[in-house]
Design a binder for this molecule. Structure first.
Ligand SMILES: CC(C)(COP(=O)(O)OP(=O)(O)OC[C@H]1O[C@@H](n2cnc3c(N)ncnc32)[C@H](O)[C@@H]1OP(=O)(O)O)[C@@H](O)C(=O)NCCC(=O)NCCS
Length: 152
């Protein structure tokens, strides 16, 4: 059985280990331990028998806008609904905080469409997202990521 819970600062090393292959491939942006600590309240973990199997973050950009980011599931449990469950927990959290729209930037368009996210032109995203985050990516500015949005 998978348990979903908020991350603590003590989880950061294991989270970095889990996401490393995706960071190396350029699929997920590298976040330093300090950056993760600053945003630790945004992360939800998926645990199986207390072992970390996935995580994702809900990052607030504006009073009406948040982002699902850094979503990753361990290869040995992919396709079992863990990724969807993490996104659903993050959407519940967004709802509880009063956010109206949640976007994501991803290569996994089909996965997010199954969760009722709709594709939007990347130009509709807030400019500071592009400049603060995308500029750190090794694929910037020729990026194949797709922007999708969910209306709460
Ligand atoms: C994307 C990812 C998080 C999905 O996690 P997961 O736990 O395997 O996903 P789920 O099991 O919840 O999949 C839910 C559904 O989406 C489908 N799905 C998963 N990836 C898909 C894709 N790329 N395209 C279409 N459908 C997809 C699954 O088949 C499943 O369908 P079903 O409900 O009919 O069985 C995982 O593959 C991963 O960690 N990928 C690497 C990192 C990454 O790309 N993260 C997203 C960047 S924000």
């Amino acid at each position: 059985m998978i348990e979903y819970k908020k991350a603590t600062l003590l989880d950061i090393p294991k989270m970095q280990d889990l996401v490393k292959p995706e960071v190396d491939k350029g699929i997920i942006l590298f976040r330093s331990s300090d950056e993760m600590a600053t945003n630790i309240r945004s992360y939800i973990l998926a645990l199986k028998n207390e072992e970390l199997k996935g995580f994702g973050a809900l990052h607030f950009h504006a009073p009406n806008l948040a982002e699902v980011r850094s979503l990753v599931v361990s290869k040995d449990v992919r396709g079992e609904g863990v990724g969807s469950s993490i996104v659903k927990v993050l959407l519940d959290e967004a709802r509880a905080f009063g956010v109206k729209q949640v976007f994501t930037l991803t290569y996994e368009k089909g996965f997010f469409e199954k969760l009722n996210f709709k594709e939007i032109p990347k130009e509709e995203l807030p400019a500071h997202k592009i400049w603060a985050d995308c500029i750190k990516c090794k694929y910037f500015p020729v990026c194949e990521e797709i922007a999708l949005i969910y209306y709460l």
